[in-house]
Design a protein. Structure first.
Length: 244
């Protein structure tokens, strides 16, 4: 259990991977987690699991590509709990292919989820946090926000953008803490949707061989959350030792 006071923590993309692992870790630390994702059946099962273990949790359907959906998710949590302490902008998609494949619908999807989804979360939570005089926004990016690989140009572009807007928000903020968490290969469902099938299969094999457990990223997020309000962990970059 953490020594920090319990917080109301909102997590997007909470139905699997890093989001679900973060929910488990923070609920175990004594925080109340509010889970959002499109797959509400998974959210409901996860909430049941957390409550059975003694944790506090609730959930709401969420599509981060919809500004209205994100606003409803954030404002609904605020109405139920009276405050919002932390927002973890975690939802993301990765559809890998070379640019000349012209998979433009997938480009749009990555921009809408990875970048606009993060912006929607900030737009919904920031005014409430400023009004209460405190808060913490954690954006999950990627080591792909620091380098560009062939087949990943658009994905990398979205993560570079998340990195930039996070730094901008940090510089603008005094009462709201801002953290960027950038994992390398991680065991998750990120490589299982969209993209060129051969490229995605190669990425999936690399993640299986070199990746770290999603729980490791959740531990890093928990570390940032656990710091006192006077300490802002700005940036965490992490890879498995095997990835190098």
């Amino acid at each position: 259990m953490t020594s920090a006071p319990p917080k109301i923590v909102l997590i997007t993309g909470a139905s699997s991977g890093i989001g679900a692992a973060t929910a488990r870790r923070l609920a175990a630390d004594g925080h109340h987690v509010v889970l959002g994702a499109r797959r509400v059946d998974r959210l409901a099962s996860l909430v049941d699991e957390l409550r059975a273990a003694g944790g506090a949790a609730d959930h709401q359907e969420l599509d981060v590509t919809s500004r209205d959906s994100v606003r409803s998710f954030v404002e609904g949590a605020h109405e139920r709990h009276g405050r919002i302490d932390v927002l973890v902008n975690n939802a993301g998609v990765m559809a890998l292919s070379t640019l000349d494949a012209l998979r433009t619908d997938e480009w749009d999807r990555m921009i809408d989820v990875n970048l606009r989804g993060t912006l929607h979360g900030i737009a919904a939570a920031l005014p409430l946090m400023r009004a209460q005089g405190r808060g913490h926004i954690i954006n999950v990016a990627s080591t792909s926000g620091y380098r560009v690989d062939p087949t990943a140009a658009v994905y990398c572009a979205t993560k570079y953008a998340v990195r930039a807007l996070t730094e901008g928000l940090r510089q603008e903020s005094r009462d709201v803490r801002v953290t960027l968490v950038s994992p390398g290969y991680t065991h998750s469902e990120l490589t299982e949707q969209g993209g060129d099938p051969q490229v995605q299969a190669a990425a999936r094999a690399a993640a299986e061989e070199l990746g770290m457990p999603a729980a490791a990223v959740a531990d890093a997020i928990a570390y940032a959350v656990s710091q006192p309000d006077t300490v802002d962990v700005n940036e965490i970059i992490m890879r498995s030792t095997a990835q190098g």
